[in-house]
Design a protein around this ligand. Structure first.
Ligand code: ADP
Ligand code: ZN
Length: 630
């Protein structure tokens, strides 16, 4: 089939056919996903676009296929602007595996290597060129773009991670501001900007900063149906994490987020002691160590990365099977970005968080102590409250998450609350008892006390502290005897979450009443609480800890399983030779499909999702050989 030549004025149907052919032939996928088709056809046809799609939604194809279509139509090279220098090598490698001519220009290249890329660029030999924004605005590179532009050789600009242009986003990069040069200097070249950051403030900022007012806006659903959300109450966080991993994710790749660098180191060590292959990642590590750990995570199987939020942007490893939060993030945006790194391949994945009283206290304190203005702090508190609401929710987590992003939905059937509806109890009365104890104690001696002592009084425990202070004489002594400590902690968490109790960090974390306490005391605010469950659910136990290998897919029979293992071993070998992550060669899902199919000919192999023409040619025979020998 010939799609080459200068036919730049394809009809819309022709355009659509070209794009679908590229999807099948180059990437080996039978169908577009979600809004990909509309976006791709619009951009391939020369339109500007702003694409908001969740992590794992499939943004890359949204510019890669138009790049190929426009290149084939003789319109030249697509320039991809990305802040992620450390990942460009793998991105370009992945395209090369699919038979696409791609390259990158960044500070990791030597002068000679860069000169070689520039030569290829000017010769028109490159379909996609990845460059960091600071490279784009150098006089040297601009002059080269000018030259290409003059002869109609600039097909498209793709601005990845477009939220980096906004101060409201969490990854502001001042260099992104200079990208207005694209519009000013090369106004006729189409542009597509992409991001997974959804909130309206950031969106408006991107449009203004990048002057995309005339661009078509594509907003996808933010749902990630294959991710199961679970939020458990924190008891002994690391033990809970270990149980979660050993019961449900032995041998799987995952990410564990912690708040502090110290905690990252600690948890990584603990996991290693338990025989789990874990690595630390945080901004305090030496740059080389960080890069090496990231490479191992991407290239090896089954690594658990324990990290601060410094880790993650642009990590496109598709087979991350779980994201765990040992500490609560700041807001739902952060939580959603981070959990979104699980299950990009569409297979089942877990987002697991464990949270407790201390998280609420810490987050509130960080806001209170930040130097920001009161109005800004109020905004932060509102965002934190929304996340607390999610954590304490007794109904579907996904409905709440999506509602936060402005999407209405029905209970999902794939979150902890849907799968195992929690028992709910009315904590209004308990909350009033707790608040009046805080009040009485303060009234009696003029000083406040921490949560432990207050709960002892409520439950009528005669401790030394109680008798020394004469607190057994309080009218509230023992009025909460029927409540367990766990229940009371739940009540307290909820009270702190709604601001009806303040925790004074300056004074030994003592509890204080606030303006909002009154309404609760008067019984005007109902407090509904989830009954604590001590185990995260009754999900089937998988293999015991200590077996390092990932569990084999249950859908395969014994022969299929040995084919799958043989294919994985073969893939690991190829990936090593090519210095690329294994998933760049073939996704797990593709290997699984091959193992199931047990193909005998290239024809049979061709239909498998994820095998494009180039990969069929490069690996087809070998794959058949591996399948037969297994
Ligand atoms: P994003 O950049 O939006 O986070 P990616 O572009 O990395 O997502 O895509 C996520 C995964 O989904 C990738 O592994 C990609 O190969 C796969 N994918 C994308 N589009 C399709 C499709 N139409 N069919 C099958 N797999 C797809
Ligand atoms: Zn649900």
């Amino acid at each position: 089939m010939s799609l080459h030549g200068g036919a730049s004025n394809l009809s819309l149907t022709q355009q659509a056919t070209v794009c679908h052919t590229i999807l099948r032939e180059v990437f080996g996928y039978p169908e577009f996903r979600g809004p990909q088709q509309a976006i791709i056809e619009h951009v391939a046809g020369g339109g500007d676009a702003l694409v908001l799609m969740p992590t794992g939604g499939g943004k890359s194809l949204c510019y890669q296929i138009p790049a190929l279509a426009r290149q084939r139509a003789g319109q030249g090279v697509t320039i991809v602007i990305s802040p992620l220098i450390a990942l460009m090598h793998d991105q370009v490698g992945a395209l090369a595996e699919a038979g696409v001519s791609a390259a990158f220009l960044n500070s990791s290249l030597s002068g000679e290597e860069a000169a070689l890329v520039e030569k290829r660029l000017l010769r028109g030999d490159i379909t996609l060129l990845y460059a960091a924004p600071e490279r784009l605005t150098t006089p040297r590179f601009l002059a080269q773009l000018d030259a290409l532009f003059e002869r109609g050789g600039l097909a498209l600009f793709a601005i990845d991670e477009a939220h980096c242009v906004s101060q409201w986003g969490h990854d502001f990069r001042p260099e992104y501001r200079a990208l207005t040069v694209l519009h000013e200097r090369f106004g006729t070249v189409p542009r597509i900007a992409l991001t997974a950051t959804a909130d309206t403030l950031t969106r408006a900022d991107i449009i203004e900063r990048l002057q995309l007012q005339a661009a078509r806006l594509f907003v996808s659903s933010f749902d990630r149906p294959n991710i199961r959300y679970t939020i458990v109450e924190k008891k002994d966080a690391t033990q809970q994490l270990m149980r979660f991993i050993s019961q449900e994710h032995t041998g799987d790749a995952g990410i564990v987020y912690c708040q502090s660098r110290r905690r990252v180191e600690e948890v990584a060590q603990l996991l290693c002691d338990e025989g789990i292959d874990a690595l630390p990642y945080h901004a305090g590590l030496d740059g080389r160590v960080r890069q090496a750990n990231q490479d191992r995570f991407l290239r090896s199987e089954g690594i658990v990365m324990v990290a601060t939020i410094a880790f993650g942007m642009g990590i496109d490893k598709p087979d991350v099977r779980f994201v765990a939060h040992l500490d609560m993030p700041k807001n739902i945006e952060g939580y959603y970005q981070e959990t979104g790194r699980a299950g990009r391949d569409g297979a089942a994945a877990d987002a697991w968080m464990c949270y407790g009283l201390q998280d609420v206290v810490n987050q509130r304190r960080m806001i209170d102590e930040s130097p920001a203005g009161e109005e800004f702090k109020q905004g932060l508190r509102g965002k934190l409250d929304a996340l607390l609401g999610l954590a304490e929710a007794t109904d579907c987590r996904r409905v709440r998450l999506l509602a936060y992003f402005g999407e209405a939905s029905q209970p999902c059937g794939n979150c902890d609350n849907c799968l195992q509806p929690p028992d709910v109890w009315d904590g209004t009365d308990a909350a009033r008892k707790l608040l009046s104890t805080v009040y009485r104690v303060q009234q009696m001696g003029g000083i406040s006390y921490g949560a432990g002592h207050i709960m002892d009084i409520l439950r009528g425990k005669v401790t030394d502290k109680v008798t020394q202070r004469g607190h057994e004489r309080l009218s509230t002594f023992g009025i909460g005897a029927e409540l367990t400590e766990v229940q009371l902690r739940g009540v307290l968490r909820q009270l702190i979450a709604i601001g009806a109790v303040a925790v004074d960090a300056e004074a030994f974390n003592t509890l204080q009443l606030t303006d909002a306490s009154r309404a609760v005391l008067k019984g005007e605010v109902a407090v509904r609480l989830r009954q604590s469950v001590s185990t995260p659910g009754q999900r089937k136990l998988k293999s015991k800890r200590g077996t390092a290998a990932a569990p084999l897919p249950a859908t395969l029979d014994a022969d299929g399983q040995s084919r799958y293992l043989a294919l994985k071993a073969w893939r690991a070998e190829v990936a090593r030779e090519h210095n690329l992550p294994a998933y760049v060669i073939f996704h797990d899902a593709t290997l699984l499909a091959i193992a199931e199919l047990a193909p005998h000919s290239l024809d049979e192999l061709q239909g498998v999702s994820g095998i494009g023409a180039k990969k069929l040619e490069a690996y087809g025979q070998e794959v058949l050989r591996v399948v037969v020998a297994a």
